[in-house]
Design a protein around this ligand. Sequence first.
Ligand code: CAA
Length: 259
Amino acid sequence: MTAFEHIIVESKGAVGIVKINRPKMLNALSFDVFSEIATAIDDLEEDDAIGCIVVTGDEKAFAAGADIKEMQPKKFIDMFSQDFMDIGGDRVTTCKKPTIAAVSGYALGGGCELAMMCDIIIASDTAKFGQPEITLGTIPGLGGTQRLTRAVGKSKAMDLCLTGRMMDAAEAERSGLVSRIFPADKLMEEVLAIADKIAAMSRPVAAMAKSAVNRALETSLAEGMNVEGDLFHATFALEDRAEGMAAFIDKRKPNFRNR
Ligand code: CAA
């Protein structure tokens, strides 16, 4: 596997874990960090042993945002010539395998945006989410105004983007940004159990479910229903669909073979 400087990549069973590892800077996301995460996603997506990917930080910070010290001297032309997208800053969103953000502590700015690129956000009770870019004289640049608005609605997204305030895990769960909350010392154990469960599903069916849910954010209800219908019908071309239903009828666990 690729050697990394700012992240730690490991696998536990069928789960790939990408851990941001810049604790002294609260896991600030430099260009190199984004680029390493993109490479790690490439590697894990290619690895047939992996069925689900967890992106995480440490107890104090998932990530406190893009690296302000790195960005501070940059001018318009620098950011325009090579922006976060150019170095794969959005790579997590194009991953076909299911992704989970396991968030403890700060998930601010680019950190909140990175979490929102994942399919599911699971938080510890210490998590704090926010888009504080306005306090730095800028605005979110990796989906904070777009994905947050779709996740929590206009009023709360405006509140967060215009005041720069943080919301705690309970508010984030209430608002629909976070799917579940666990005590900080149990977060990884619980997330890995959820990731294991997802990884044990049929991989092509999980990819179809993910693709269909994502279409809901991009298209009309009628179009989305068409996409869902096509993918639902497509599952009937898979051995795994036949196996899943046979296992139900036989009262046994399905043995999905990803075909
Ligand atoms: N970039 C660079 N360094 C950062 C950082 C960041 N986003 N966040 C924290 N650090 C550094 C601090 O500078 C500090 O370094 P030094 O020890 O060298 O001074 C170290 O991490 C520890 O941070 P604090 O001393 O500030 O820790 P704290 O516990 O007092 O405060 C905090 C924690 C409230 C999260 C505070 O660090 C903070 O406000 N961080 C910045 C949050 C932010 O504005 N994020 C948005 C970035 S812009 C962005 O993300 C753009 C985009 O959309 C792509």
